[in-house]
Design a protein around this ligand. Structure first.
Ligand code: COA
Length: 181
């Protein structure tokens, strides 16, 4: 269950200003907020129940076998060098997550996103990735990168709309990037 936390429950660095709402193109509404460690159970369940194509497109393998430690890592961010936003429906059911992660070069963060199938094509992935741009810039990143499978036309369209570079193919994967002003 995705909930809006009370002030007393906030982890250090939690950026309350990133909480908000979004109206999908079809009129449905979601709540958006930064991820919390308590989301680990929802995340575990979402990954366990995701279809193989979603897993393949998000993790590059249809059966990622993430350990408990790896899922905790995904839910526990520092909100600066690593940040994730989750979206939930009116019942608090998680429907999407988008994140940036700093890997080796800490001026560049890699973004990734997944939206539950019944919540797609409403602009949610585009919006979540857009909402990550300003915090990434404020936290010192000068560039966002993304890697995806070349046949993933939905995400290619999203990055195109967000003004990322034209995709280049390297070692069988598509790469795009965007310089943050
Ligand atoms: C890829 C994925 C995240 C897209 O999520 P989404 O919420 O459907 O994305 P959006 O709605 O923002 O955009 C997707 C499509 O909706 C359409 N769309 C969205 N907003 C629109 C708008 N305002 N007007 C017109 N079309 C719009 C676009 O046509 C786009 O399709 P296109 O790429 O063919 O142009 C989702 O399909 C998914 O979770 N896939 C599995 C995981 C994955 O691939 N992750 C990416 C790894 S980085």
């Amino acid at each position: 269950m995705i909930f809006m936390p009370a002030d007393s429950e906030l982890p250090e660095g939690y950026p309350r200003d990133l909480e908000g709402e979004f109206d999908l193109r079809d009129g449905r509404n979601v709540l958006i907020r930064p991820i919390l460690p308590a989301d680990v159970d929802d995340l575990t369940e979402a990954i366990a129940h995701a279809d193989s194509e979603t897993l393949l497109h998000r993790f590059f393998t249809a059966a990622p076998h993430l350990s408990e430690k790896q899922i905790h890592y995904l839910a526990e961010v520092d909100y600066r060098r690593r940040l994730a936003l989750v979206a939930a429906d009116g019942e608090g059911q998680g429907v999407a997550v988008a994140r940036y992660e700093c890997h080796s070069n800490c001026n560049v963060a890699e973004v990734a996103v997944a939206v539950a199938p019944e919540w797609r094509t409403g602009g949610l992935a585009t919006e979540l990735l857009r909402r990550l741009e300003e915090p990434a810039r404020k936290n010192g990143f000068s560039e966002l990168d993304a890697v995806y499978l070349p046949e993933n036309r939905a995400i290619a369209g999203v990055f195109e709309r967000l003004g990322y570079s034209e995709q280049r193919i390297e070692d069988g994967v598509a790469l795009v990037s965007k310089t943050l002003a």
